[in-house]
Ligand binder design. Structure first.
Ligand code: MRU
Length: 361
């Protein structure tokens, strides 16, 4: 498997037929080496999602969707009959949906595939494990292809409103994080493809360095100038006046527009407001959770303290110290100038505007 298609990295791929395997570009190895892993059992898909071999809200949704197909493949190899196969697939789907709690795309995608499996195997339809594998693969491929189109539309809408000046971004929101060109990063690459010229500044994004390792890698591959900064340099950079806009992605957006994204996003939004720099969020409709009203209700993942105290095995804090390691924070809607979706830009960010742009289902 190759790590890129036409210069754009591919994060998730399915190989073979319904009894095939999920292939993931192992993002924990980037930028040092480009390595693919193959998942033929649900446990390895869950491990890959939890350890961020595959990451980014849309990409984990797509991986979770293919994970349901992997579960159906297990049912085939275990020789399960129709009722047992259905039970096995639905139980595995629940484990997949729970693999990471904050990005709503994961549960959204897994449940979408499960609705197909559920309908296919309802009552005494007699749907076999092979039937479930075929129908779940079709549903997962549809989600994957749809995400590719959504990324393109987000890139277009965002590029059309992007102000002049350099762009500051956080975490990784590109092809590695999605099924297409990305969300916030697609805004940047689309504007660049339009002929606009600017510098891109990538927060390194502690503790796992998605900005330094992944965003910088993607932009270097595309020939777009990128400068990495430590997260704590963002205020100083904004004070120079050279940043025209901050553009970031999202893991879950509530009905009022509050947005969970990679830890550090909230601080960046506060700094952007203090310097009068517009702060944009770019995300597909699959990242909205309209069932919850505000960001206080978003489950925030807390990760292993070792990621803070000894990143990549390098000890940076003494053994007796504790570590606070939330993977995400919530940026209140009032700090967001606009949310760039595939259906257009939500601005101002209010509950009514969110409902108006996304209300069509
Ligand atoms: O922990 P990660 O790397 O999965 O976090 C990813 C982010 O926070 C991204 O900004 C978000 O998922 C949007 S990706 C298009």
């Amino acid at each position: 498997m190759s790590g890129s298609a036409g210069g754009v990295p591919v994060a998730v791929a399915w190989s073979g037929g319904a009894d095939g395997q999920l292939e993931l570009l192992d993002q924990t190895r980037l930028p040092g080496s480009v390595e693919w892993i193959a998942c033929r059992d649900v446990a390895s898909v869950i491990e890959a999602i939890r350890s961020l071999r595959v990451r980014g809200a849309p990409a984990i949704g797509i991986a979770g969707a293919y994970g349901v197909v992997v579960a159906a493949g297990e049912a085939i190899r275990m020789g399960l009959g129709p009722a047992e196969a259905r039970k096995h697939v639905l139980a595995a789907a629940e484990l997949l949906a729970e693999a990471r709690p904050t990005a709503v795309n994961l549960r959204w995608a897994v449940e979408r595939v499960c609705r197909v499996v559920g309908a296919e195997s309802a009552g005494d339809s007699g749907a076999t494990a092979a039937d479930l594998a075929r129908s779940s693969l079709a549903a997962a491929v549809a989600i994957h292809e749809e995400d590719r189109r959504l990324c393109t539309a987000i890139g277009r809408h965002g590029a059309d409103i992007l102000p002049d000046g350099d762009i500051l971004t956080h975490c990784n929101t590109g092809a590695l994080a999605t099924g297409g060109d990305g969300t916030a990063l697609a805004v940047i690459t689309t504007a660049w493809a339009d002929g606009r010229r600017f510098g891109v500044w990538a927060d390194e994004t502690r503790p796992l360095f998605q900005g330094a390792r992944l965003t910088a890698w993607e932009l270097v591959q595309r020939g777009i100038p990128v400068t990495v900064l430590v997260d704590s340099a963002a205020g100083h950079l904004l004070a120079t006046g050279r940043i025209g806009a901050c553009v970031v992605g999202a893991d879950r957006i509530t009905a009022n527009g509050d947005t969970a994204n990679k830890i550090g996003t909230y601080g960046l939004a506060v700094l952007a407001a203090a310097h009068g720099v517009p702060f944009y969020v770019a995300a597909p409709s699959s990242t909205f959770d309209l069932a919850i009203t505000d960001g206080g209700q978003i489950p925030i993942e807390h990760r292993d303290p070792a990621e803070v105290k000894s990143p990549w095995g390098h000890v940076v804090a003494p053994q007796g110290a504790g570590a606070f390691n939330p993977a995400f924070d919530v940026t209140p809607a009032r700090l967001i100038r606009g949310i760039i979706t595939e259906r257009g830009v939500i601005s101002p960010v209010t509950e009514a505007r969110v409902a108006m742009v996304l209300g069509g289902g």
